[in-house]
Design a protein around this ligand. Structure first.
Ligand code: SF4
Length: 694
C-alpha cells in the first residue's frame, strides 16, 4: 500500500486529500491543504467509490453494425477502435474539409490534457472547430474581467482573503452547497464580526447564514448592481481618489446609472430600497470588502455585462487590488480556470493568449514546430459549434473529451438531435454517459486517481494531481489517447507523459497572461502549489493581483457602462413563472459520476424542483408530488420540493439529471451573450402542472 497526496476530482476548490492504495481499491483522508485545511464535502469523501464501479468502462466500444447507431455498442480492441476513429477523421476531412472535424473538451481535464487537446485540434487536425464546456460556466465572468482588468483569474486574491474581509457580498453564489469546505473562510470572517450579504432568488444554505439576503428576480442582477452604484454616487460613498488614480471610464458609467434610481430598481428586481441602501452602506463603510459573483449572475444573455456591473461597483468603492478586498468569481469545475488558459477554447492559444494575435501565433507555432500561417483562425463557440453539428458547413465528426453535453448543454434535446445528425461521434469517458450512448466509438478513460497532471484551482493556484494507482487494464489516459491518435495521423510532437507535456506548456505560455514558465512539478511539490503568473524559476508566483497596476497597458482598470436588458424569454399567460437552474450539494455537473455513487444517491436520489407554497397551492401540488415543468423547448418531470425559500414567481430545477428529468431540456439557447457566447441557463419562462403522487 502506498499513500499519495492529491486532490478531489470535482470542484474548483480542489481540496487536498491523501489516497492510500495498492493495486486497488483506495481509501482517502482529507489533507491539511491551504484550500480545505482538513475539510472535504460528501462528494470528495465518496470519490473513491467510483474507481471500481461496476459500470466503469474497461474496453473501447463500437457499434455492432458500423454506422448504425441503433445497433448495440460492443467491446473491441484499442487498435480497432483507433483505426475506426482515424479512418473517420481522414474520410470526413477529405470529403468536407478540415473544419468538418471538431473537438469538444471539458473543465475537468488537467492542464496538460487541455493543452494537448488544443494542440491536437490545431496541429494534428488543423481544424478551427474546438471549444469546451467551460463556455457554459466561466465565460461571462472571464469576459468581464478581461475587459475591466485586462486579465481574468477567477479570484485575483487567495481564498484566505475571504476571512479578512469585513463585508462579503455573494451574487448568485452558494458555496455552502457547492463547496462546503470553503465556508470555513467565511465562518472565520463571521467570527470576527464580518457581515455576509447574499443575492439569490433562493434562500440557499449560504443565504440562511447571511446577515442580509436580497432576493432579486433572476436576470435582474445587473439592474441591482447599477442601482447600488447609483446610491453610492448619490450618497458620496465613492472612493474618488482610487477612481481617479487607478481607473478610467467612470463618467460614462456615472451617466448610465443615473437612470437606476432606487424605486425603479425595486420595481425591476423586487429588492426593497432599504435593503439596497443597507448593502451599499455596508460595503462602503467596511475597511475591507469583497464582491463575489458566480453562475447565478453570469449565465444570462447579458452575463458579461452583469459581472461588469458588479465590477463597476467594486471599482467605485476602491476595492480591487487591496488586500482583503476586491471582486472575484467563484469558478465551478475542477479545472475551470486552467481549462480556459491552455488553448481548448475556440479563440485561445496557451498562456491565455488570443488566437487572433500575430505575436502569440508566432510564439506558440515556434514551440509547436509549425508555420504560424498553418494555425487555424478562431472557431465557433460551444453552443454555436453544437448547434451546427451535421449541418452544411458545420462539424460532421466530433471528438468529445470529459464532457456530457447531452445533459449539460442548453436546449439539450435539440443538442442530442444534432449529435444524432453527425456522421461520426467519438466520446472518451469513464462511464457510458448520455453523450457516450449516442457515439459510434466510446473510449474508456483513466480517472483522476489514475493519472498525473496539474490543475489550476479557483484562486489561480497550480497544483498536482498525482497518480495513486494504475488504471485498470484496457483504460487509457486522454493524454495517451491524443498522442496515439496524432501518431496514427502521421503527426509527431505529442507525448503521453504528463510532465513532458507540462514542460512544453511552460514554454508555450511564456510571456502570456497565464504565464506558467516558472512553474515546475518540483516547485509545486515543495510549495503547495504556485499562483500564476509565475514567469521565472525564481519568481514566487502571484497570489494577489492588481496591487499596483491592472493588466491593461496603462495600468488602469476600466469602468464600462452597462444597461439592464429584459430576459430573452419573458413570462406570459402560457408560461407564467421564471425557471432557474443550479446545483445541489450531493451531485456534480451532469451527474455522470455522482449519480453512480451509492452514498451520494442516498442523499440526493431524485431531482427535485423547488416551488413556493403559494405556487404549489395554486396548482394543487403537495410535497413530493410529481410535477411537470414545460417550456417552449419541452417538458421534464421532477419531485416537488415545496419551500418558502424561493420567490413565489420562480421555479428552481437542478441540472444534474438527463432523460425525463433533464432541466436543460427546458433551458433556452436562443440568445447568447454577445461577448462570452454564454447561453441564458438561469432564466426562461416555464409552466407548472401537477402530475400526481410519486
Ligand atoms: Fe471536492 Fe469541491 Fe467537495 Fe472539496 S468542496 S471535496 S473539491 S467537491
Amino acid at each position: 500500500m502506498r499513500t499519495t497526496a492529491t486532490h478531489c476530482p470535482y470542484c474548483s476548490l480542489q481540496c487536498g486529500m491523501h489516497l492510500t492504495a495498492g493495486d486497488r481499491p483506495a481509501t482517502l483522508v482529507p489533507a491539511d491543504f491551504p484550500t480545505n485545511r482538513g475539510g472535504l464535502c460528501s462528494k470528495g469523501w465518496s470519490a473513491t467509490e467510483l474507481l471500481d464501479h461496476p459500470e466503469r468502462l474497461l474496453r473501447p466500444l463500437v457499434r455492432a453494425v458500423p454506422g448504425d447507431r441503433t445497433s448495440p455498442l460492443v467491446e473491441t480492441t484499442w487498435d480497432d477502435a483507433l483505426d475506426l476513429v482515424v479512418a473517420a477523421i481522414r474520410r470526413t476531412q477529405a470529403d468536407h474539409g478540415r473544419d468538418a472535424v471538431g473537438c469538444f473538451g471539458g473543465g475537468s481535464l488537467t492542464n496538460e490534457q487541455a493543452y494537448a487537446f488544443g494542440k491536437f485540434a490545431r496541429v494534428a487536425l488543423r481544424t478551427s472547430a474546438i471549444d469546451y464546456n467551460g463556455r457554459f460556466c466561466m465565460s461571462s465572468a472571464a469576459g468581464a474581467a478581461n475587459r475591466a482588468f485586462g486579465l481574468d483569474r477567477g479570484l485575483p486574491f487567495p481564498l484566505s482573503d475571504l476571512a479578512e474581509a469585513d463585508v462579503v457580498v455573494l451574487v448568485g453564489s452558494n458555496p455552502a452547497d457547492t463547496m462546503p469546505p470553503a465556508m470555513q473562510w467565511f465562518d472565520a470572517g463571521r467570527e470576527r464580526g464580518a457581515q455576509h450579504i447574499v443575492v439569490d432568488p433562493r434562500r440557499t444554505a449560504t443565504a440562511r447564514n447571511a446577515a442580509l439576503h436580497l432576493q432579486p428576480l433572476p436576470g435582474t442582477d445587473l439592474a441591482l448592481a447599477n442601482g447600488l452604484l447609483h446610491i453610492a454616487l448619490a450618497e458620496g460613498l465613492v472612493d474618488e481618489e482610487y477612481v481617479g488614480e487607478r481607473t478610467t471610464g467612470v463618467e460614462e458609467v456615472r451617466a448610465g446609472v443615473a437612470a437606476y434610481w432606487p424605486d425603479r430598481v425595486e420595481r425591476l428586481t423586487g429588492v426593497p430600497v432599504a435593503d439596497q441602501r443597507r448593502t451599499v452602506f455596508a460595503l462602503a463603510r467596511a475597511e475591507k470588502a469583497i464582491v463575489l459573483t458566480a453562475r447565478g449572475a453570469e449565465q444570462h444573455r447579458s452575463g458579461t455585462d452583469t459581472a461588469q456591473a458588479w465590477i463597476n461597483l467594486a471599482l467605485a468603492l476602491g476595492l480591487p487590488g487591496r488586500p482583503g478586498s476586491g471582486w472575484g468569481t467563484v469558478t465551478g469545475q475542477g479545472n475551470g480556470q486552467g481549462g480556459r488558459e491552455h488553448g481548448q477554447k475556440a479563440d485561445q492559444l496557451p498562456g491565455y493568449r488570443s488566437l487572433a494575435d500575430p505575436a502569440a501565433r508566432a510564439q506558440v507555432a515556434a514551440v509547436w514546430g509549425i508555420d504560424p500561417d498553418d494555425l487555424p483562425r478562431p472557431g465557433r463557440s460551444a453552443y454555436e459549434l453544437l448547434d451546427g453539428l451535421g449541418t452544411p458547413g458545420g462539424v460532421r465528426a466530433l471528438l468529445v473529451l470529459a464532457s456530457n453535453v447531452a445533459v449539460s448543454a442548453p436546449d439539450a434535446r435539440r443538442v442530442m438531435s444534432r449529435l444524432a445528425d453527425l456522421d461520426f461521434l467519438v466520446v472518451s469517458d469513464f462511464f457510458l454517459s448520455e453523450t457516450a450512448q449516442l457515439a459510434d466509438v466510446v473510449l474508456p478513460s483513466a480517472m483522476w486517481a489514475e493519472e498525473d497532471g496539474t490543475m489550476t484551482n479557483l484562486e489561480g493556484r497550480v497544483i498536482r494531481r498525482r497518480r495513486a494507482l494504475a488504471p485498470p487494464e484496457g483504460v487509457r489516459d486522454d493524454l495517451q489517447l491524443l498522442a496515439e491518435l496524432a501518431d496514427r495521423l502521421g503527426v509527431s510532437g505529442f507525448s503521453g507523459d504528463a510532465e513532458t507535456v507540462f514542460e512544453e506548456l511552460r514554454r508555450a505560455s511564456a510571456g502570456g497572461a497565464a504565464d506558467y514558465s516558472g512553474i515546475s512539478y518540483r516547485r509545486i511539490d515543495e510549495e503547495q502549489g504556485i499562483f500564476w503568473p509565475c514567469p521565472s524559476d525564481d519568481h514566487p508566483g502571484t497570489p494577489r493581483l492588481f496591487t499596483e497596476r491592472f493588466a491593461h497597458p496603462d495600468g488602469r482598470a476600466r469602468f464600462v457602462r452597462v444597461e439592464h436588458v429584459p430576459a430573452h424569454e419573458e413570462t406570459d399567460r402560457d408560461f407564467p413563472y421564471v425557471l432557474t437552474t443550479g446545483r445541489v450539494l450531493a451531485q456534480y455537473q451532469s451527474g455522470t459520476q455522482t449519480r453512480r455513487s451509492r452514498s451520494l444517491q442516498l442523499v440526493a436520489p431524485l431531482p427535485r424542483a423547488e416551488l413556493h407554497p403559494d405556487l404549489a397551492r395554486r396548482h394543487g401540488i403537495g410535497p413530493d408530488d410529481v410535477v411537470e415543468l414545460t417550456t417552449r423547448r419541452g417538458t421534464a418531470r421532477f419531485a416537488a420540493a415545496v419551500t418558502d425559500a424561493i420567490r413565489p414567481d420562480v421555479v428552481f430545477a437542478p441540472f444534474h439529471w438527463g432523460g425525463g428529468s433533464s432541466a436543460n431540456a427546458l433551458t433556452d439557447a436562443g440568445a447568447l451573450d454577445p461577448t462570452s457566447k454564454m447561453p441564458p441557463f438561469k432564466t426562461c419562462a416555464v409552466a407548472v402542472a401537477r402530475i400526481g403522487p410519486p
